[in-house]
Ligand binder design. Structure first.
Ligand code: MN
Length: 199
């Protein structure tokens, strides 16, 4: 049985930008639901004792394993998303990651615009990511449960753009949610640590 990773902060810690009510649903219902579904699907299979990463990479693209992949990837994506935010987040990264972002996009504001564009143009449900691939930074958008690790890229941080992530607080205004994510929530220390470990 895989276990649910604890939230790295209290459920009211991201307010007023993301409310406690949103996290009551998003963590307790959505994230927990994916984990419970996955544990049911892998019980008594070869995956029962596998790591989450192994289940994701092994089930990806395999006929008959779509449900396992979707639930496993969503468990991973949400754990990664919680760590991609923190109370009093936002601002800019420091050090090597900021330097690389400036080199890649020509400035931090240009990076923010490109990330916002990715998140707002992901049609329907999905994710916006800052990733490292072959030593280069890029922004990815993925639909549904899809994630960088099955595309040869290392995730540095992510923003969940499924409606359930923002609808209670922002209704249809996904762009306002992404602006708030970048200005007040994103955990650049987490992204920088992921960058340093993988560069
Ligand atoms: Mn979500």
């Amino acid at each position: 049985m895989l276990q649910l990773a604890p939230l790295p902060y209290e459920k009211n810690a991201l307010a007023p930008f993301i409310s406690e009510e949103t996290l009551n649903f998003h963590y307790d219902k959505h994230h927990t639901g994916y984990l419970n579904n996955l544990n049911k699907l892998i019980a008594d299979t070869d995956y029962a004792t596998a790591t989450l990463e192994k289940i994701i990479t092994d089930s990806h693209g395999k006929e008959g394993k779509v449900g396992i992949f979707n639930n496993a990837a969503q468990v991973w994506n949400h754990t990664f998303y919680w760590s991609s935010m923190k109370p009093n987040g936002g601002g800019k990264p420091s050090g090597a990651l900021l330097k690389k972002i400036n080199e890649t996009w020509g400035g931090f504001d240009a990076f923010k615009s490109a990330f916002k564009e990715a998140g707002t143009t992901q049609f329907g449900s999905g994710w916006a990511w800052l990733v490292l691939k072959d030593g280069a930074l890029s922004i990815m958008k993925t639909p549904n449960a899809d994630l960088p690790m099955v595309h040869g890229a290392v995730a540095l941080m992510t923003c969940d753009v499924w409606e359930h992530a923002y609808y209670l607080d922002y209704q249809n205004r996904r762009v306002d949610y992404i602006d708030t994510f970048l200005d007040s929530l994103v955990n650049w220390d987490f992204a920088a640590a992921n960058y340093e470990e993988n560069i």
